[in-house]
Write a protein that binds this ligand. Structure first.
Ligand code: ZN
Length: 99
């Protein structure tokens, strides 16, 4: 389970720094895609983002849902493996399509 505060992956300009270690940057890019897809189809019941799971050897895709009773966190999970996480503090980032 990845519990992530998205602001921790951004620099003061709100972008993902290229100086970030590769593994962290890959996760940050993945989280940005999930936020982008999730805020396009704001749904409480959950939906299929079409984003590929990043776990090695897994060919699943990511589903996400908003947790409206928990500060609008985004809960994402793979439809094939146990890869999942919660993203907080994503609102007003440049990948937030909701406003
Ligand atoms: Zn997976």
């Amino acid at each position: 389970m990845y519990i992530t505060n998205f602001t921790h992956y951004l620099d003061e300009d709100g972008i993902i720094p290229t100086t970030m270690p590769e593994e962290a940057r890959e996760l940050a890019n993945f989280l940005a895609l999930v936020i982008d897809a999730s805020t396009d189809y704001e749904s409480e019941s959950g939906f299929e983002t079409g984003i590929r799971c990043f776990k090695e050897g897994c060919d699943g895709t990511i589903q996400s849902e908003f947790l409206f009773d928990q500060n609008h966190e985004i809960h994402w999970r793979c439809n094939r493996c146990d890869n999942e996480g919660i993203i907080s503090e994503w609102e007003d980032s440049r990948w937030d399509n909701g406003r």
